[in-house]
Design a protein around this ligand. Structure first.
Ligand SMILES: *[C@@H]1O[C@H](CO)[C@@H](O)[C@H](O)[C@H]1NC(C)=O
Ligand SMILES: *[C@@H]1O[C@H](CO)[C@@H](O)[C@H](O)[C@H]1NC(C)=O
Ligand SMILES: *[C@@H]1O[C@H](CO)[C@@H](O)[C@H](O)[C@H]1NC(C)=O
Ligand SMILES: *[C@@H]1O[C@H](CO)[C@@H](O)[C@H](O)[C@H]1NC(C)=O
Ligand SMILES: *[C@@H]1O[C@H](CO)[C@@H](O)[C@H](O)[C@H]1NC(C)=O
Ligand SMILES: *[C@@H]1O[C@H](CO)[C@@H](O)[C@H](O)[C@H]1NC(C)=O
Length: 648
């Protein structure tokens, strides 16, 4: 091997799908780190996990270089160093230029700029059109029309000249002309809460992230290190802890039937954190609030959120939409907020995370990256609403039945509470009594004996003489070894299997189990709960604070109403008309559904007139307008948005 004399090499990343080109031990012998990321070239783009590994290796190496004040190079190669190499390097540029942008050095990159940067350095750059398209798709960017894939260079066209001295393409080639990429499967599949979202990340990157979470939560690593999911868990409401509702000031929200995830935002990616404390990367964009009113410059970096992923079914079309409902902000740009009261964290969540995103989304055409398409992200994002206890009846009777996802009860959140990791005795969940459930580990013992286990100090504990009923016709043996969620039938004295919890690897803890048993026995019905709350509302502490909170909310509402009134009545009908004309979508209903009220009516002249409710729409729920599927290619809409953004 011959090395250019002027370059000092520190790392080699080999992307080929073979080992026959050279003996990698030679690098190691020369004191150079060698990383093999085996990528098939021919008929597929490198997979997402390999990309994550590549970016991580490069970042790690460069940060070590920086620490040691050395300037060694990285040598990346595939077979010819264009398609796969370019693909990986563009990914790195996309994630790292963003990084530098946050340090105030470089502009946020777009895919077009990154592809061009690679092509400038290694002409003609990537010349596989599928790879270029895949990069735009990956980063949710619209490909500008002027982007043209370079044609295959002459040297490659001639089959006689091949860098490897082999004329026949083999499994390692980046693909001959016309080699098709694997078809992207139709997105018609039904979504479930158990779908695995995002891509695996390297182990040591995950370790570093886990450590950050523990720090943000001010947790010491326990006997199992940092490997345990640290998120806050509610306890079941029973006659014992019911009095907490009187002692502290609570707000309530519905208990969504979804999948719990914390989410870490960094400039190089967003990471969903599941109950196993496993991190997976998703491609999402979270700009920071801009401090001077111009387009946001920076992305969130080490902001930690808590929430749940739900699947909404749009009533009219039955279309499914995945949505992340965020209910807590644990850290923002590396600063831990766990000691701040919940009310403050929840407010900051709106101001620092949700609003900047909505704002950029509305003004995307004048943002740093006008080709970014929020609508292509894998899920939508919203802050979860919390309600005064005086509204609980409405939540139960009106709101929950109207939700477009399932809910199985209520959560009571102390308004002044800090964020408490793991079990939080002050965070209460109430389930409809028939929905109280325990997650057991089910096993089929000898003689087909059913065995139910819970978790006791990390070991499984057998619950004696328990029986489970499975749905008719299903074979109990097929559940053996699985975590099953069971409700209790107190008439028959059996547990009833509701579903398999593929998102959990351990059964409930024995203490959780005892609390659930207790709730089942206590049998706090909806009526019990509401009459308890009626009493609580008469307590002076509650009465005073609810009055104060209501006045404050009302003030915020009126000040918004005054300023936005005319503009809203101009804007919404305009938007609706455009949208309606385009594809005759029942947008009217859609808006009504999202906001809970009708905002526009169509009269005979096919003109949109704002309904009387527009004002209240403005004051309550303005953000939801921006959650609609706008026809993003419509200039008229953009003009309306631009008008909007000036007055909004
Ligand atoms: C890779 O990631 C992109 C962007 O997040 C996603 O659209 C695509 O489905 C992923 N590919 C696979 C095979 O998961
Ligand atoms: C890169 O992709 C192009 C287009 O698919 C293909 O013709 C070419 O062979 C690939 N390059 C290499 C070096 O394999
Ligand atoms: C806002 O600040 C950024 C730098 O942080 C600057 O580039 C931009 O011009 C400023 N905009 C206004 C309107 O002052
Ligand atoms: C959690 O881990 C367990 C075992 O470690 C595994 O069986 C399960 O599939 C994992 N769950 C998820 C959602 O990754
Ligand atoms: C709970 O209370 C309701 C109403 O008092 C009653 O109908 C129901 O059977 C009770 N459930 C249990 C499990 O005791
Ligand atoms: C318009 O209303 C929103 C809330 O819906 C508010 O945040 C914003 O400040 C209002 N605009 C103006 C110019 O006051």
């Amino acid at each position: 091997m011959i090395l250019p004399l002027t370059l000092q090499l520190g790392l080699v990343i080999d992307l080929t799908n073979t080992t026959r080109y050279y003996n990698s031990a030679e690098w190691k012998n020369a004191g150079i780190k060698y990383v093999k990321i085996q990528c098939r070239g021919r008929d597929a783009v490198p997979d997402n996990e390999s990309v994550n590994t590549f970016v991580h290796e490069v970042s790690l190496f460069l940060s070590r270089q920086k620490q040691q004040h050395t300037k060694k190079c990285i040598f990346v190669h595939c077979t010819h160093g264009h398609n796969r190499t370019g693909f990986m390097i563009v990914h790195y540029l996309m994630r790292s230029l963003l990084m530098s942008a946050n340090e105030g050095k470089l502009q946020v990159a777009s895919v077009t700029e990154a592809i061009q940067a690679f092509a400038n350095a290694r002409s003609p750059g990537i010349y596989k059109p599928d790879y270029i398209d895949a990069l735009y798709t990956f980063y949710h960017e619209r490909k500008p029309e002027m982007v043209i894939c370079p044609s295959t260079p002459e040297w490659k066209k001639s089959s006689e000249f091949d860098l490897n001295g082999e004329a026949v393409p083999d499994e390692d080639d980046d693909g001959g002309p016309g080699a098709p990429l694997q078809e992207i499967p139709e997105t018609d599949v039904t979504m479930t809460n158990d779908d695995v979202l995002g891509d695996a990340i390297p182990f040591d990157q995950q370790e570093a992230f886990r450590q950050f979470c523990y720090q943000a939560l001010k947790l010491q690593s326990g006997p199992r290190g940092n490997s345990q999911f640290p998120g806050s868990h509610p306890v079941s409401l029973s006659r014992d802890n019911l009095q907490l509702l009187r002692q502290r000031y609570y707000y309530a929200t519905w208990k969504a039937d979804g999948t719990r995830y914390m989410m870490l935002l960094t400039v190089d990616g967003c990471y969903l954190i599941d109950r196993n404390f496993t991190f997976r990367r998703v491609q999402m964009r979270f700009p920071c609030r801009s401090t001077n009113g111009s387009a946001p410059e920076f992305l969130h970096h080490y902001t930690l959120l808590d929430g749940e992923m739900i699947i909404d079914t749009v009533p009219d079309s039955q279309k499914q939409e995945r949505r992340y409902l965020i209910y807590d902000l644990i850290a923002i740009n590396q600063i831990s907020l766990v000691e701040r009261p919940f009310s403050e964290r929840w407010k900051l969540l709106e101001e620092e995370v949700i609003e900047p995103r909505n704002l950029e989304r509305r003004n995307i055409f004048k943002s740093k990256n006008p080709n970014y398409r929020y609508d292509l992200e894998p899920f939508r994002v919203r802050r979860k609403d919390f309600y005064l206890l005086s509204a609980v009846k409405k939540v139960l009777r009106k709101f929950i039945p109207q939700l477009s996802h399932a809910a199985d009860g209520l959560i009571f959140q102390g308004w002044d509470d800090p964020y408490v990791p793991r079990t939080h005795e002050g965070l209460l969940k109430w389930k409809y009594p028939e929905m109280n459930s325990v997650d057991f580990l089910f096993e089929m013992g000898p003689d087909e004996r059913q065995q139910l286990y819970v978790n006791e100090r990390g070991k499984k504990k057998l619950m004696e003489a328990y029986r489970v009923e499975f749905g008719e016709g299903s074979d109990p043996a097929s559940y053996s070894g699985k975590i099953i969620e069971c409700s209790y039938d107190s008439e028959k004295n059996v547990w009833v299997c509701m579903r398999v919890r593929v998102d959990k690897s351990t059964p409930n803890d024995i203490n959780t189990y005892r609390k659930v048993k207790r709730s089942i026995k206590d049998n706090i019905t909806e009526d019990d709960l509401l009459s308890e709350i009626d009493e609580i509302l008469c307590l002076p502490m509650y009465a005073d604070r609810i009055r104060a909170d209501t006045i404050q909310a009302e003030n915020e509402r009126t000040s918004c109403k005054e300023k936005n009134r005319t503009e809203v009545s101009y804007y919404i009908p305009y938007l609706l008309k455009r949208h309606y004309a385009r594809d005759k979508l029942m947008l009217n209903n859609q808006v009504a559904h999202k906001s809970g009220m009708v905002v526009g009516v169509e009269n005979k002249a096919n003109d949109w007139k704002p309904s009387k409710n527009v004002e209240s729409y403005c004051s309550y729920d303005l953000t939801h307008v921006h959650d609609l599927d706008l026809p993003d290619n419509s200039r008229a809409i953009l003009r309306a948005l631009s008008y909007w953004s000036r007055i909004y």
